[in-house]
Design a protein around this ligand. Structure first.
Ligand code: DAH
Length: 344
């Protein structure tokens, strides 16, 4: 038995393994149920009592050494196996990041605002949750005036003496601007507006507008016409013509709707302009004296013009998208079509 222990000790010293499989085989060989060392423990029962102490110590030492050797081999072999694993190909292209792009509505809103900034307009914004005064009253919509029905309003609080509502147009920001600034005033007011409308290809309950306001001494309809013409040419191209049709808004007098010559058929008539050669782009007019007075501006000293346009409408004309709902569904295939339109 003594010799066997000695032999196993020197054998263990020299054991080498290349794989974890070999380490496991070695463990079974020495320490498994029928392993060499296990067998010695069985034999130990037959050892003479006076020798038990010495052999017991030797056997335990052998077992511990074998266990330590197996642990050590397992460690070194697994590190080697790891480094021997196929190397990563550092020349492989990485996973591409999907970069976002600006939303088409944001692109057009910015374009509209930039055009008016060039003309010297400031930018003003106001709250989306408004009160009756700023959306209706100060814009010359008396209570019960039928023109309030032109825009179906979402009310936030009903039955309140001063009900809160979602603004139906950005004309409310005109009022806020006039309340807080003295003429000359030149602002554009971009923002989101809300109307209780059934969603369809041509209408949505949320959309965007840009409102414009210019107030100074001696502002005339000719100034309005010129401002709109310059805007239309910047937006739709230098050959664009405009035409003004009489219209009605409570806050302007006279009021007008503006069409631009169709930039697709160049005015000859196509299915986008429905054969007319013209596309409606905005409403405008000379600010009604009542509106100036309601915000503390002397209508005998000052006059002004205002206009309001739908951003989605301009975007639809610019890109010939014929369904408004595309702008709100955030379908990536649609949005990606505009990623090249971003100026970096
Ligand atoms: N507020 C109008 C609307 O939402 C648009 C508009 C028309 C604004 C004429 C104006 C304007 O400032 O003069 O339909």
């Amino acid at each position: 038995m003594k010799e066997t222990i000695e032999r196993l000790l020197s054998e263990l010293e020299g054991v080498r393994c290349k794989t974890l499989r070999e380490v496991e085989d070695m463990r079974v060989h020495y320490l498994g149920k029928k392993g060499e060392i296990t067998k010695l423990f069985d034999e130990f029962r037959t050892v003479a009592p006076e020798m038990k102490k010495e052999f017991g110590r030797k056997l335990n030492e052998l077992k511990q050494l074998a266990a330590a050797k197996i642990d050590e081999l397992r460690e070194t072999v697994s590190v080697q196996e790891d480094t021997a694993a196929p190397k990563r190909d550092m020349t492989m292209p990485g996973d591409a990041f999907e970069l976002g792009s600006r939303h088409p509505v944001s692109i057009v809103r910015q374009e509209i605002v930039d055009i008016f900034r060039k003309f010297g307009y400031d930018v003003a914004e106001g709250p989306e949750i408004e009160d009756d005064r700023h959306v209706f009253e100060a814009l010359n919509f008396p209570p019960d005036h039928p023109a309030r029905d032109m825009q179906d309003t979402f009310f936030v609080s009903v039955g309140h003496p001063n009900p809160l509502l979602l603004r139906t147009h950005t004309s409310s920001v005109q009022v806020r601007t006039m309340e807080n600034a003295r003429p000359p005033i030149r602002v554009v007011c971009p923002g989101r507006v809300f109307r209780n409308e059934a969603v369809s290809a041509r209408a949505h309950c949320i959309f965007h507008q840009v409102e414009g306001l210019y107030i100074d001494r001696n502002v005339t309809f000719a100034d309005l016409k010129q401002a709109i013409l310059l805007f239309a040419r910047e937006m739709f191209g230098p050959d664009t013509r405009i035409r003004m049709r009489p219209s009605y808004f409570p806050f302007t007098e006279p009021s007008s709707e503006v069409d631009v010559s169709c930039n697709i058929c160049k005015g000859k008539g196509c299915n986008v302009c429905k054969g007319t050669g013209w596309l409606e782009i905005l409403g405008c007019g000379m600010v009604d004296p009542n509106v100036l007075e309601a915000s503390g501006i002397d209508s005998r000293e000052y006059s002004g013009f205002a206009f309001g346009m739908g951003v989605e409408r301009i975007a639809m004309l610019k890109w010939q998208v014929n369904d408004l709902r595309h702008y709100f569904e955030n379908d990536m295939r649609f949005l990606h079509e505009f990623s090249t339109a971003v100026e970096v």
